[in-house]
Structures are given as C-alpha cells and as structure tokens.
Write a new protein. Structure first.
Length: 239
C-alpha cells in the first residue's frame, strides 16, 4: 500500500484508522472489519520508525491499519439494551462505555456529536470491544431516537426535577434504550422530551453525579438485573 505511512501518521482519516496494542489488534483481526496491514515492532517496523510516523513514543509492540466500515443501520441492532450518546467529548469515556455495553449484555451504541469511536484512545479504552458490538455513528441522532421510540423504551439519565430514582422504574415491556448526555451538561431539552422515563442513580453524601462511563456500568447492570432480560453473547458484527 503506497500511502500507509501517511495513513498511520494521520491516525484517523475519513476512511482509515489505527489500532494499537496486541489485544485490540487481535480483536480487530477476529472481526469482520477490513484490516489493511499489521505492523509488528522488530519485524516489519522498528520502534523508532513507528514513533517517528505516529508522532509519539510508541511502546505497544504491534499496530494495525484498518478501514472504516459502512455506517451500521438501526436494523442491525439486537434486542438487548441500547445505549445512545447524543454527544460525548472524551474518547476514554466513550471507549469505556463501549466496553461496558459489551460486558453487560447491551446490543450496541449509537453516537451523535463528539469524539470518534475510531480514535486510538477510545479503541484502547474499549479493550478492542469496538470490534465486537455494533457502534453506529448516526447522521441524525434525533431522527434515530424518534424512530426507536416505537420499538424501545427510552430512558434518559437526568438530574432534573422530573427525574425519578432509577430503582423505581417499572418492569419494561420493550427493550430499553439508555440515553446518556455529555459530560458537562447532560441531555438537552429536545432529547429529554423524547424519553419515556427520566431517571437518576440515588447517591449519598450530597453527590449528584458520577463519571459518565461509571454511570453507564451501573445503569446497565440495574437494567439487566431488574428491568429487562438481555440477550447475551453477541456474535461479531457482520458487514
């Protein structure tokens, strides 16, 4: 491939992205994502070359160049819990949420504005689980949520006066869609108006909120344990 150095240096382009570390590369190779090339330090690339190309000191031993997939359609998601993030800024939080969804019976993640799931930090934080569950980069998150109102119960994580303790939610008759807002100001009024329920986690010591990735794990666990029976063991995402 003629321009592999340029694509590695970009780390993420409109068409390609870089995957770092053995675990993430192994999960990439086991998925249906298209792997363009794998570079192993000491075999086909020196550590100095990798560090020079990437622009930082590279210590992870292996990296890969992969092609971005076509957008995941809403019809691709299974019947487990969905998580929607209308806006998220921190790639570490995004990666951790993807990992939580994979670990706790979720069927996928829908993204609006903000950081990319193909950001190298997000992939590392997901422990390569980006390649194991569907992640949709939505062109219109409000349209997606409106469509999913028909098939899912939309639950917005929210601290407004209309929010109820998450533990008081009723048993759900449809699969849940958990909506988590951006780290600084939460879900906005438009998204809030689409939700069937607004809920918060009861907390002690006058603490009003947790990190969004931590919150996602607790919400998912509670949903799967008390409100909805998910379908586990998702197969690799077909493309």
């Amino acid at each position: 491939m003629k321009n592999w150095r340029e694509l590695l240096a970009q780390r993420e382009s409109a068409t390609h992205f870089v995957v770092e570390g053995q675990l993430a590369v192994d999960r990439l190779l086991a998925s249906d994502y298209e792997t363009v090339a794998v570079f192993r330090i000491g075999e086909n690339l020196t550590r100095e070359e990798a560090s020079h190309i990437l622009g930082y000191q590279f210590h992870r031993g292996v990296l890969a160049l992969a092609k971005k997939p076509e957008p995941v359609p809403l019809s691709r998601f299974g019947t487990g819990t969905l998580v929607a993030l209308p806006e998220i800024a921190d790639p570490g939080n995004l990666g951790a949420i993807i990992r939580n969804v994979a670990a706790l019976g979720g069927s996928g993640v829908i993204l609006g504005k903000g950081t990319s799931p193909y950001n190298a930090k997000a992939i590392r934080a997901s422990a390569g689980n980006l390649f194991r569950i569907p992640v949709r980069c939505s062109p219109d998150i409000l349209a997606d949520l409106t469509e999913l109102q028909q098939t899912h119960i939309l639950i917005g994580a929210d601290l407004s006066a209309q929010s109820q303790p998450f533990t008081t939610l009723p048993q759900l008759s449809k699969p849940p869609l958990l909506i988590l807002g951006p780290e600084d100001f939460g879900i906005d009024a438009t998204v809030r108006s689409l939700c069937h329920h607004l809920a918060h986690l009861p907390m002690d010591h006058d603490i009003d909120s947790l990190n969004v990735a931590c919150s996602s794990a607790i919400f998912l666990h509670l949903l799967n344990q008390t409100h909805f029976t998910p379908h586990h063991a998702l197969p690799p995402l077909s493309r």
